[in-house]
Design a protein around this ligand. Structure first.
Ligand SMILES: [Zn+2]
Length: 123
């Protein structure tokens, strides 16, 4: 199959998965927010806000660090979709394997760079 410009994004299933995951996270955030409306706006939120500059203060309200981190990764993945380099490792530029992208569509790294990152060897 030749690649043409009119072809839809070959990563459509992964992009759909990203969207779904994002909705899931935002849904649970909305539920938590509704349940915890009485919580005061305190200093803890400010600290979290500084740590997560890319995301709105609202989202720091109830999501765990892991969920917030995941949302940011998903957000960055959508940016890569827009820029046309989704599916490419942001560190080394290699193509991220399709299996890996299906399992973790928000991953910015290929498997090799992910290992480096987990060992703390990635800047
Ligand atoms: Zn890489």
């Amino acid at each position: 199959m030749a690649r043409t410009k009119t072809k839809p994004n070959p990563y459509q299933p992964q992009i759909e998965a990203l969207r779904k995951k994002q909705n899931e996270l935002l849904d649970s955030f909305e539920r938590d927010k509704a349940a915890g409306n009485a919580l005061p706006d305190d200093g803890i939120q400010d600290l979290a806000d500084k740590a997560a500059s890319a995301y709105s203060k609202e989202l720091n309200f109830s999501l765990s660090d892991g969920e917030r981190n995941l949302l940011m990764l998903i957000d960055e993945a959508f940016n890569r979709v827009k820029e046309g380099n989704f599916g490419t490792c942001t560190n080394c530029g290699n193509v991220i394997g399709e299996k890996r992208l299906t399992a973790v569509p928000w991953s910015p790294y290929c498997i090799d760079c992910q290992e480096l990152q987990e060992k703390g060897l990635l800047a």
